[in-house]
Write a protein that binds this ligand. Structure first.
Ligand SMILES: C[S@@+](CC[C@H](N)C(=O)[O-])C[C@H]1O[C@@H](n2cnc3c(N)ncnc32)[C@H](O)[C@@H]1O
Length: 452
């Protein structure tokens, strides 16, 4: 029987979903943070549950050849990256086996998963920085990243996955907040003004959008902030205030107010230009996004020119717009109104007239739109949030019977669950992971399903 605080020497036999090492002691699975498959490690047991336990590394007795020097001083506590102690090539192998394991568990058979398409230079890739602002135990203002599974803020000067300029701008805003005694939000008392600083950059256009997430109306140094920031950073195209007064983990509130510029920026993906507003989803790694979309398009049939396609969970219309030239007509559906406004505008500026967008919950409006517009798609793209597809949408897809479903997923567990249901009518033909989030344990995956 395992006991808390006892020490053991274990062999790490695998890596789990969060990159953690897995060992077995007397048949009990033990998860060990930052241990790597193939290593022999002395561990201390931290917590024992009925069928599994958690341990921590005391000493690495035999090191994996894939272990690398940790280059980031906040890595041990930060909730962002969790694979920085492993060489990049090996992180891709781990992600591939995470997808294989999820599919195996749900489908009860081995599925061929292609090698993960990685990045040539997996550093500074994020186009969106969102740092919480708060107060430390000495009541001093603090800005940084949340430590793993907590809301404790770790001060962060440099992050190896965020765009460098976004970091400089965030540091400048934080300096301005401190200089002007603007109150950071205090999660304990729910008082204070600034909750989050969000900076988005168009990697191809270099345009910057700054969003200040505020808890109250006491941010009264707008003019001074605009002058201070825009003088230093000429590529700041817009600054907006977003109000979030709720006691919630959700970062953005519903209401935004533009205080400088138009309230949006542009970026370019492939041959298309996209307008991005503060409340709209936009992929955080645009270099890999082009690869993701082009790979999805590559899986289309040769001739779909007379066909109709659906782009479900379409965000600002990116996948539908990429696909539009291969189809007679494309329909997109998305729940965020502002994203649908962006999508319609994006179709217009890219001179695409065979695409139509609808705002609403896919579960609710998909059946209505199919009936009203008499849509018979040959291809359906789905790119849902982490929770995957709902049962009603799966049922609608089963009845609609498009010859191909291209399922883009950011969560292999819900993906596998949904594929198990779709397999009643579909064969899974291709599984292609793309590394959208290097050094984190997140895995993005394109899956191609053919009608039986
Ligand atoms: C992973 S993102 C994909 C967006 C887009 N396809 C892209 O590549 O940028 C998922 C999108 O689904 C939207 N969404 C979430 N729940 C939804 C629902 N129930 N109905 C419609 N859209 C939803 C989100 O707002 C978000 O834009």
């Amino acid at each position: 029987m395992l006991k808390k605080n006892e020490e053991y020497v274990v062999d790490i036999i695998d890596n789990g979903f969060q990159g953690e090492g897995i060992a077995k002691i007397d048949g009990i699975t033990v998860f060990i943070d930052k241990a790597i498959k193939g290593e022999k490690i002395k561990i201390k047991i931290l917590k024992v549950q009925t069928n599994f336990a958690y341990g921590k590394i005391i000493e690495i007795l035999e090191k994996s050849v894939n272990r690398t020097e940790e280059d980031c001083h906040t890595y041990q506590r930060c909730g962002g990256c969790n694979l920085r102690h492993i060489n990049y090539e090996e992180t891709l192998n781990i992600k591939k086996s995470v997808v294989e394991n999820c599919l195996y568990k749900a489908l009860k058979r081995n599925v061929k998963v292609n090698d993960v398409i990685g990045m040539k230079n997996p550093l500074y890739y994020r186009n969106k920085l969102q740092y919480p602002v708060g107060i430390d135990k000495d009541q001093k203002a603090i800005m940084g990243v949340y430590s793993t599974r907590t809301h404790n803020i770790i001060p962060t000067n440099e992050c190896f996955i965020q765009n460098k300029e976004c970091q400089i701008i965030a540091n400048d805003i934080f300096y301005f907040i401190k200089q002007n005694n603007i109150k950071p939000y205090d999660e304990k008392t729910l008082k204070g003004t600034v909750r989050h600083i969000i900076i988005r950059i168009g990697i191809k256009t270099n345009e910057v959008l700054v969003t200040l997430v505020l808890n109250d109306n006491n941010f009264n140094k707008e003019k001074e902030l605009i002058e201070f920031l825009c003088k230093k950073h000429e590529n700041i195209k817009s600054i907006v205030k977003n109000f979030n007064t709720k006691n919630t983990n959700v970062i953005l509130g519903d209401k935004t107010e533009v205080i400088y510029g138009n309230g949006y920026i542009y970026d370019i993906l492939g041959e298309y230009k996209f307008k991005i507003s503060p409340l709209s989803f936009y992929q955080v790694n645009p270099l890999q996004t082009e690869i993701l979309y082009n790979t999805a398009i590559k899986f289309l049939n040769d001739n779909t020119k007379n066909d109709v396609a659906l782009d479900l969970y379409c965000g600002i219309g990116t996948i539908g717009i990429f696909a539009s030239k291969y189809f007679k007509k494309v329909y997109g559906i998305e729940i965020v109104d502002q994203a649908i406004e962006d999508a319609k505008y994006n179709a217009k500026i890219n001179k695409i007239d065979n695409i139509e967008f609808f705002a609403g919950d896919v579960e609710e409006i998909l059946p209505k739109i199919i009936e009203r517009e008499n849509i018979k798609p040959s291809t359906v793209f789905v790119d849902p949030p982490r929770k995957g597809l709902d049962k009603n949408t799966i049922k609608v897809l089963q009845e609609l019977k498009p010859s191909k479903i291209i399922y883009i997923s950011c969560n292999p567990a819900t993906l596998a669950r949904d594929i198990a249901l779709l397999e009643e009518n579909y064969n899974l033909k291709e599984v292609q992971p793309v590394d959208m989030f290097p050094y984190t344990s997140h895995v993005e995956c394109i899956n191609v399903l053919h009608l039986k």
